[in-house]
Design a protein around this ligand. Sequence first.
Ligand SMILES: [Ca+2]
Length: 266
Amino acid sequence: MHKAGLRLTYYSMIRSARLCAVAAALLAAVSCGAKEPVRYEVKVLKEYTHDRAAYTQGLFFHDGSLFETTGLNGSSSLRKVELESGEVLERVNFSRKYFAEGSVVLDGKLYVLTWTNRVAFIYDAKTLEYRQTYSYPREGWGLTTDGKSLIASDGSSRIYFMSPEFKPQKSINVSLGGRPIRNLNELEWIDGRIWANVYLTDMILIINPDTGVVEATVNCSGLLPQNLRRQDTDVLNGIAVDADKKIYLTGKRWPRLYQVELVKSK
Ligand SMILES: [Ca+2]
């Protein structure tokens, strides 16, 4: 054990336990003969400034612009962000009673989930004007779309498909080597697959949307270098793909947003 191990905080112990759970599932996948998921790491192609105050919950591109939702009571916001500078171009602030979560655009409507408020908000994707509030049946975590359905996580191993009016369509249970993987968080639909951050880990899963089977894992540990971390720097959370299929990752209160590509682990 190295010295830092003696100073593990409760938080980092939880985080380590979660990482171990994912690692154990990976091992189980190998030992029980299930098709082993492909293992990737990330290579940084370009880096951008990201607002250190942004507790990132949702991240996506729409019409060439980057959008982000941030959480916490009292600092929840919906932002349109200039990729090159990290500057917030437009911003909608939520009342202190709301904790904003995942977000996405489907058919011109910008959807924002809330964590435990049991409501989802709709804004006009062009003007960011408020349109509507829907009641929402569970905790809101991540949100993405395949262009037809809203696809959401709730912190469990389940991913829910819903109509644009939040009518349930189907759900899948996400598993790796036959074991469910909990704490699925921010989502992104990329090339017919669902990418999901596993909360409190540096791991992203690439999930088959029909079966829930994890087909690949993306180990992002070390993406944000130690010298850019501060006391309040939080976990990896934020996956977005642009129209050119470039992939971007960031985290809660990270000072950087990275354009990355996948590299197979050795
Ligand atoms: Ca996303």
